[in-house]
Write a protein that binds this ligand. Structure first.
Ligand code: SF4
Ligand SMILES: [Zn+2]
Ligand SMILES: [Zn+2]
Length: 311
């Protein structure tokens, strides 16, 4: 199979646009989509700090690499990478090593925040104590809290996440299936922040996961393939399969889900901005109710009774 744009062999097909592309044209089109989305999600940004949430996996590695390529030439823009150590043995230490390797090679500041120090607990520990609750529910909420707090402390105007097209399409479908339109409005990319909330943006939103992976490999980026030991319990895995099946049957489904999200959110807010969160009565951070979900989970974890032999 030849590239649709030159005579070189194709490395990936793009059924959603009826094309096959070679390694060079893939790299160029990933970069082009990243730049376009960055401009769309963060218009006119020329001065200040941008944080990048860096897990050490392929998506955030590509997001940091491209953010650095686009923003490093701007003298008044500072990039800072933030990694969260949730305390997951056999997984997070490896990904943090990959993250540090990348920031060292790019010369980007790197802050690592640890759940153990900041929250007084870890994902592994809470998983042992509360075996009925899927770990991703609190782990993701706590990670967002730590990322937001650290980005605020760094004075960041926005935080780049590595979410790719597949991740976002899955999140849209999960929220639609739950009928949770409010959550649909709160998911990244955000269009505005508040004093206690750094807006999260996703410049890889138009790039499918497979293309992000191929880009990371071709660019020789250090990243870790390790899978979190708690991931098998995540509901997201079901949605990953469903979105993949839908996309195979009808190419372009993922982009359509993202468009649907934008139209629903615009329709429910009059096109102004997403519904702004309130403040948590306990920690002062952003919250949909009277206390934020991070504090709710911390309270349940603190009152959980250790199961025999698990403390
Ligand atoms: S897969 Fe779940 S438990 Fe593992 S790091 Fe991600 S959110 Fe946390
Ligand atoms: Zn080509
Ligand atoms: Zn709180």
């Amino acid at each position: 199979m030849r590239c649709s744009r030159c005579a070189a062999p194709a490395v990936v097909d793009q059924p959603y646009r009826g094309a096959h592309v070679c390694a060079d044209h893939l790299a160029a089109s990933v970069e082009e989509r990243f730049r376009r989305e960055l401009r769309r999600q963060l218009p006119g940004f020329g001065r200040g700090t941008i944080a990048v949430a860096l897990s050490g996996g392929k998506d955030s590695a590509v997001a940091l690499f491209l953010a650095h390529r686009v923003l490093a030439p701007r003298p008044r823009v500072r990039l800072v990478a933030i990694s969260v150590d949730e305390g997951i043995a056999g997984y997070r230490p490896r990904t943090l090593r990959a993250a540090a390797k990348l920031t060292d090679s790019l010369g980007v500041d790197h802050v690592i925040v640890r759940s153990h120090t900041e929250l007084g607990t870890t994902t592994d520990r809470t998983a042992r104590l509360t075996q009925g609750t899927p770990p991703c529910s609190y782990c993701g909420v706590w990670r967002r809290r730590l990322l937001n707090r650290t980005a605020l402390a760094e004075g960041a105007a926005a935080m780049i996440l590595g979410f790719n097209l597949d991740d976002l399409a899955q999140t849209v479908l999960m929220n639609l299936v739950r009928g949770d339109i409010d959550q649909l409005g709160r998911m990244a990319p955000h269009r505005g922040g508040r004093a206690e909330f750094v807006p999260r943006i996703a410049p890889l939103a138009q790039v499918p996961e497979r293309e992000v992976f191929l880009y990371a490999l071709a660019a020789g980026l250090p990243f870790d393939h390790a899978e979190c030991p708690h991931a098998s319990r995540a509901l997201r895995n079901r949605f990953r399969e469903i979105v993949w099946e839908l996309e195979s049957a009808q190419p372009g489904t993922r982009q359509a889900l993202l468009k649907a999200r934008d139209r629903i959110v615009d329709g429910s807010t009059g096109g102004a901005t997403e519904r702004a969160p309130g403040r948590c009565g306990s920690c002062g951070g952003p919250a949909a109710g009277t206390i934020c979900r991070a504090c709710e989970f911390l309270r349940s974890a603190a009152t959980a009774t250790p199961l025999p032999g698990t403390a």
